[in-house]
Design a protein around this ligand. Structure first.
Ligand SMILES: [Zn+2]
Length: 254
């Protein structure tokens, strides 16, 4: 069996956060330390956005301070940010590679499908994928985003978490431009995607370091290594490297 250290330099994680989550605050400088110790290739980074409103100026400053050879900034977009600039051009200074819409943290997105279309249009012009949080309530379940995937076949979409899995499979089957990340996805759900012949539509993601809030006793470094080794053990190194390297470079760093 291959060792973590051997493959780490090729691994890209498409779903990582900094900032306040519930009672915890995940410091950007600690993420630099963690990923320095892990030695992985790329880290798709975004604020948590959960605790309150996104503050673009603050987020840009934080993400701009992270080592650019490893950290890949994502634009966390709120309805107010779209109102302020529907082209989203104001936010180009971040040099983001993905736009994130979180319709669980901001449940009012559900009543604003045209505002979501405005974001997708901006993503199309910029040539970046749109990541949707999925799961948690009706308004952010995977099937809610099916129509957007069908309306914008030239934009790539990432269904973060792929929840619920039955709806996720429907979207993946019906839209070639739909992908899923496996952050907080159980092994059985990943198996269902693979069994449906859709393994090539998975991106490796973890939601690191949010798991520490749910399981305070874990050691984050050990958790990270064990998570990857478990995925390789079950799904094989070849498939895993498509999720963790090939798809990240093809979709996000294209
Ligand atoms: Zn997340």
């Amino acid at each position: 069996m291959i060792k973590f250290e051997q493959i780490a330099p090729k691994i890209c994680d498409c779903h990582v956060h900094y900032g306040k989550f519930r009672d915890d605050y995940y410091r950007p400088e600690d993420l630099v330390t963690y990923f320095g110790a892990l030695g992985i290739d790329k880290v798709g980074i975004m604020p948590t956005g959960i605790a309150g409103e996104a503050d673009f100026t603050v987020d840009q400053k934080i993400m701009g301070s992270l080592p650019p050879e490893r950290f890949v900034p994502y634009l966390w977009v709120s309805p107010e940010m779209v109102d302020a600039d529907p082209t989203l051009n104001t936010y180009n200074t971040l040099n983001y590679k993905v736009i994130k819409i979180h319709a669980y943290a901001r449940k009012d997105w559900d009543a604003k499908p045209d505002k979501i279309r405005t974001v997708i249009q901006a993503a199309y012009i910029k040539g970046v994928p749109v990541m949707f949080h999925t799961g948690g309530w009706r308004g952010s379940n995977a099937i809610q985003f099916y129509k957007f995937c069908r309306e914008f076949p030239e934009v790539d979409f990432i269904l973060a978490h792929g929840k619920p899995i039955s709806q996720t499979l429907t979207v993946l089957r019906g839209a070639k431009n739909a992908y899923v990340d496996n952050s907080f996805m159980d092994i059985e759900s990943i198996k269902m995607i693979c069994d449906a012949g859709l393994s090539s539509r998975i991106l490796f993601g973890t939601d690191f370091p949010i798991m520490k809030t749910f399981w305070p006793e874990i050691n984050l470094i050990n958790w990270y290594k064990n998570n990857i080794m478990e995925l390789i053990q079950i799904f094989g190194e070849k498939d895993f490297m498509v999720w963790a390297n090939e798809n990240f470079y093809t979709l996000i760093l294209k």
